[in-house]
Write a protein of this length. Structure first.
Lengths: 181, 214
């Protein structure tokens, strides 16, 4: 493990967990993501004990559902966020959140390295863009994701570069629809 | 299908963040199942969540947390891919889960003049229902106390402002008065979600309101 985590290939680590039940790879993912998930859950209103418990749960889910991770659609951080969000909803809100119909990307969809790289880079870029937003604006976005705002308080005009992500996914969906017809 | 009326960014972001009541979650999940544009935009808003996690201040885990988690993993049953619902006819997968099977299994309640509704089981912070409006029929004149979203599943309707076909979502706000009319030709079936009871402008529907939770 290098100390500079910004260059770590989280996707490769998730694949090592998925394919080889690799505990060292899992430990590296755990050291990076578990404290962040715990921090995230505490800002969502969980006490330290509950947040610790839930963060362990989120990381265990990452192991268990590693086969579901699709690195062309989302970065590891984004995937971890969705697991943490669902755990928070289960635990703190007790409200159901139905998911959209699952798209069948097909058994032959060999992961495209360029797409995978792009998806991981997007999170890095978004992270940097988030970090340089004015404090007030960043706080508003974070509070929305902590579950702290009602939808009428949400400012969807984030000032973040979301257009590129939308276009990339949209193109992938177009390709999928063409294959399906 | 060409969808012209989409879920607003605000509501998509709230769904990505996990901030909505169940009935609105169902609305978003159903529309996204029909609309690749909103599916892509939703992925972008989920990526913001990823960036929030990535930038999050770390809260130290206890010294034994990793071992405890590995022990927990040992105890977990083998993950089995849960069979996820597929669309049935005009019902996208998320609605199939709420209706139970297909359109034929919906337990409709008559609202008069051929208009029918079926309330779907969600938590009480908001209400979701299916509406059945015969071709050419009008919905009772009503205003809104809260937010209402109506998604067309079959047929089409028009109000004073616009026309809504399959996949389109109409967004109606506080104070807006409108009288949607189903287009001639095909009966119109919609998913409608409100965070407050509707207010009807005529005496009879007002009485009915208490009975039917419309």
């Amino acid at each position: 493990m290098t100390t500079d985590e910004s260059q770590t290939d989280w996707t490769a680590l998730v694949f090592r967990v998925r394919d080889h039940q690799d505990r060292a790879a899992f430990a590296a993912l755990f050291r990076h993501f578990a404290p962040r998930v715990k921090g995230f859950l505490m800002k969502s209103g969980a006490g330290a004990t509950v947040a610790e418990e839930c963060a362990q749960d989120v990381m265990a889910t990452l192991w268990q559902k590693a086969y579901q991770f699709d690195p062309e659609r989302a970065s590891v951080a984004t995937w971890v966020f969705t697991i943490a969000r669902n755990r928070r909803i289960d635990m703190l809100r007790k409200s159901l959140r139905p998911e959209p119909e699952n798209l069948d990307w097909g058994p032959d969809s060999e992961p495209d390295q360029a797409e995978i790289y792009e998806a991981q880079q997007e999170t890095q870029r978004l992270g940097r863009a988030l970090a340089v937003l004015p404090d007030k604006q960043r706080a508003l976005i974070e509070r929305a994701y902590y579950g702290d705002l009602s939808h009428s308080e949400i400012a969807a005009e984030t000032g973040l570069p979301l257009g590129t992500i939308k276009s990339r996914i949209r193109l992938a969906l177009d390709r999928l629809r063409q294959e399906m017809t | 299908m060409t969808i012209r009326h989409h879920i607003s960014d605000t509501v998509l972001m709230a769904y990505a963040a996990g901030d909505l009541a169940e009935a609105f979650n169902l609305m978003v999940a159903t529309h996204v199942s029909m609309c690749d544009d909103c599916r892509a935009q939703l992925a972008a808003f989920e990526a913001v969540g990823g960036a929030v996690i990535e930038c999050e201040d770390e809260a130290a885990m206890s010294g034994s947390a990793l071992d405890a988690t590995l022990a927990r993993i040992e105890m977990m049953p083998q993950a089995t891919a849960r069979a996820r619902s597929r669309a049935k006819g005009i019902l996208p997968a998320p609605l199939v889960d709420y209706v139970g099977a297909d359109l034929a299994s919906v337990g409709w309640t008559s609202l008069g003049a051929g208009v029918r509704q079926a309330i779907l089981p969600t938590d009480r912070r908001a209400t979701a229902r299916l509406l059945y409006i015969p071709a050419g029929a009008r919905m009772p004149d009503h205003g809104h106390r809260g937010l209402e979203m109506t998604l067309v599943l079959q047929g089409a309707f028009a109000d004073q402002n616009d026309r809504f076909g399959p996949g389109d979502v109409e967004f109606a706000d506080e104070g807006m008065e409108h009288t949607p009319v189903a287009e001639a030709g095909e009966d119109c079936i919609c998913l409608a979600v409100t965070d407050a009871p509707l207010r009807f402008n005529r005496i009879l529907p007002r009485l009915v309101q208490g009975w039917f939770r419309i």
